[in-house]
Write a protein that binds this ligand. Structure first.
Ligand code: GDP
Length: 140
């Protein structure tokens, strides 16, 4: 399998509870390398653009408000099959349905406040990394 990069967000419920280190430990234990990372307060416009695909969903407003409710940590993760691997490490969107020892099972508060985001395809990973990082900020 090829070495890939994926885009990750440690969401407001994670930063507010000081879980950045605990979640990063799970990421690194899974063999993913954190090759870029910064703490940012995202704007409403950025959140609306980022989750634009969910615009028509009933939870869209709540999701945007949640994503701007506190700072987040945006990251680029690198490793063999990183996109699928990180989705596996994250667990299902709804923590009640997530496998044991996944980030969401261990840390998420609810289906909305679910601690982490990870890109779902190579195409989206490239778009999402470009929204938050300049190329020279990613050091592999
Ligand atoms: P993901 O790829 O596992 O993050 O899941 P989706 O792309 O389906 O949804 C994006 C994000 O929207 C999720 O991670 C949640 O934060 C939020 N979300 C999804 N479904 C719901 C829901 O039913 N209610 C609420 N409040 N938020 C949701």
């Amino acid at each position: 399998m090829a070495v890939e990069r994926t885009f990750s967000i440690l969401k407001p419920d994670a930063t507010e509870r000081n879980l950045t280190g605990a979640i990063n430990a799970m990421i690194e234990k899974a063999g993913l390398r954190i090759v870029a990372q910064k703490r940012v307060q995202i704007t409403k416009a950025q959140a609306e653009q980022f989750y634009g695909v969910h615009k028509a969903r009933p939870f869209f407003g709540e999701l945007v408000e949640f994503m701007i409710s506190a700072p987040v940590v945006v990251q680029v993760l690198e490793g063999e099959g990183a996109i699928a691997k990180y989705r596996e490490v994250m667990g299902a969107t709804d923590p009640a349905k997530a496998d044991a020892n996944t980030i969401r099972k261990v840390h998420a508060k609810s289906i909305g406040e679910n601690s982490v985001h990870g890109s779902d395809s190579a195409e989206n990973a490239a778009i999402e990394m470009g929204q938050f990082f300049a190329g020279n900020e990613i050091v592999g």
